[in-house]
Design a protein around this ligand. Sequence first.
Ligand SMILES: Nc1ncnc2c1ncn2[C@@H]1O[C@H](COP(=O)(O)OP(=O)(O)OP(=O)(O)O)[C@@H](O)[C@H]1O
Length: 504
Amino acid sequence: MVTHPPLLSLDGVTKTFPNGTVALAGVDLDLRAGRVHGLLGANGAGKSTLIKILSGALPASGGAIRWHGEAVRWTRPRHPREAGVATIYQHIPLVPTLSALENILLDERGTWRNRTADRERIGAIVSTLGHPFDLNTPVAQLPIGARQMVAIAQALAGGAELVVMDEPTASLAGDERQTVYRTIRRLAYDEGKAILFVSHFLDEIMALTDEVTVLRDGRAVLHAETDTLDEARIAEAIAGRAVAAIARPDQARSLGEPRLEVQDLRSPGKLSPVSFTLHTGEVLGIAGVLGSGRSELMHAVFGSDPDARGQVLLDGETVGRYPDEAVAAGLALVPEDRAEQGYVPQFSLAENIALARVSQRGGAFIDAASERADAKAAIDRLSIKAPGGDALVTELSGGNAQKVVVAKWLTDDTRVLLLDEPTAGIDIGARTDILKLVRALADGGLPVMLVSSEFEELLAICDRILVMRDGRMIGQADPYATSETDLTLMTGGTTDVAAAGANA
Ligand SMILES: Nc1ncnc2c1ncn2[C@@H]1O[C@H](COP(=O)(O)OP(=O)(O)OP(=O)(O)O)[C@@H](O)[C@H]1O
C-alpha cells in the first residue's frame, strides 16, 4: 500500500476550557487522502472538541496543526473551509424550505450566479455520490438519507479535500446507513478524499474505516489499522475496562399485572388508532424506522401531542391528556429531541435533575441538600462525566447531557417510564449501563416503553416488541423468536410481520 503524507496532522493538540476542564490533553492524529479514519471515544472523551478545533469553531490551547505539511492557525470557521476542510454534523443544518440545490449553494451566496452552470456543476458532484436525488425538491420533502447526501454535496461543492463527519448516521435507519457508507467509500477510494468519521457504533467503524483512533480523557489511547482490531478491543479502549455485551435471556419472563391501558389512541396524519396494555415489570419495545410513528406514539401516550385522541388509563384511572397531568399521574417521558425538550441549558445539572421531582410533586419545594444528593446519585448511577452537580448542562459533552435527561426521571415517583432513544449518542460503556439499569428497574416492577433504532438493544431487554410502520402498529414481535434482520425487514416494509413468525 502506498502511504501518502498526511493531509492534516495534529501534533500534541491541547484544549483547556475557561472553567479549567482539560478536554484535550495532547492529541496526535494524522489524516491522509484516500483513507477513512474512525474516531471513537466515551462521552466527554473530547471528540466534539477536536472537531470544533478542526472546523475553526474553537481555538486549540496548544500544540500544532499542519495542513499539507504547513503549520496553520485556524481561528474562524472560514479558515479551514477555505483551506479545504468541510464538517458535517449529525444534526444537519439545512434550510427545509429551500431546494436541495439552493442548500448546496448556500455557502456561495453573494457570489455571481449562473443557474445553468451551477446546476451542471452540482449535478456532477451529486452523481459522484452514487445516490441521486432531485435538486429542485425542497429539503423538507426529501427522505432523511437524501438530506445527508445534500449535506455531503454541500461540503464537496466548497472543494473539500478533508470531510469530517460527526456521527452522520446517528438518526438513520439500516438502508439509509448503507447509502451513506457507500458514498463515503466512493469519496475516499474513487475521489481521494480524506474522511474523519466519528461514531459510537462499533460495527460501522469495523465495516467502514481503514484506521481507528480512540480518545479517552482527552488522549489518543489507541491508534491502529482497523483490520488488526476487533470490537471488544475497541470497546475496552473506549471504556478503559472490558465491556460485556448484554446477553439476551434464554426464555421469556412472565408478565405482571396490567398497568397502563392504551385504548384507541390516534392522531390525525401521524398515528392510526392503536390499543395495547403495558404490564408490571414489562419492557415493551417499539421498533420502527424514523417517520414510522414511534416517537409520535410516545408523545400521544404522554399527552404532548395536542391533536392526539383516545384513552390512556394507569391502574384503571384515566390519565389527563396534557403532559403536566401525565407527570402528576406518574408518567415520565425521556424525549428523543433532548436539546429542545429534555433540559434547560441555563440550569446546572442538579437543578435539571430536581426539575422532574418538582413537577412530579405538583411544584413542591426541594431543599438544596436533597438536590445535591440526587445529583450525586445520578452522577454515580449513570457515570455522568461532570465536575459536579453545579456544572451547567452546556458545559457537559453531548452524551453526558443526555444522561442527565435520563437520570432526572429515575425517581421513586415515576410509575411508568417512556424512553425514546435513551442511548442515542451514548457511548458503549454507558449504553450497556443504561440498558442494564432499565432492565433492573423493570425487574423491580416498573413498566417501561422503549423506542430504539438499535434493534439489538430491543431484543436484549424487551419482553414484547410492537412494530410500527407508516404511523400504524403493524404487529407484535416476540423477542425470543425474532432476529435483528427480521425486525429490519418488518420495519422497512420488506417483510410481512406474520410471515416473519411474529404474532399480529
Ligand atoms: N464549553 C465548555 N465548557 C467547559 N467544558 C466543556 C465545554 N464543552 C465541553 N466541555 C468538556 O470537555 C470535555 C470533552 O467534551 P466533548 O464534547 O469534546 O466530548 P465528546 O467526546 O464529544 O463527547 P460526546 O460523545 O458526549 O459528544 C468534557 O469533559 C466536557 O464536559
